[in-house]
Write a protein that binds this ligand. Sequence first.
Ligand code: ZN
Length: 119
Amino acid sequence: MAVPFDRFRQVLEDERARLKEELARLDARAPEGIGYHDHMADDATDVLDQTTRAALRRHLEIRLQEVEAAIQRMEEGTYGICQACGRPIDIARLKAIPFAALCLDCQSKREREPGEAFR
Ligand SMILES: [Zn+2]
């Protein structure tokens, strides 16, 4: 039973390109440095901006890693297989989250036990 993963590959590659672009844009907007302003108010705004930017950057980087790992699995022929239990991931789940590394069962188990490391 061949599952048509090709369309997911396109989605993943588009997503990878989009994420890289967003990261590049984020870096381009980054200020030269912090603390070189004349006004306290400006500094406060910049610090907040910096925090928001760092959080956004972290989010984009994690997503990019997930997308790249999914593309890697595609190349290795393990795409669509749960990385924890080895069972196929539901196709509906892949449609919703093409970079999903875990089946729904393992994902919710993991979310219930956040301390558990990724094996
Ligand atoms: Zn699983």
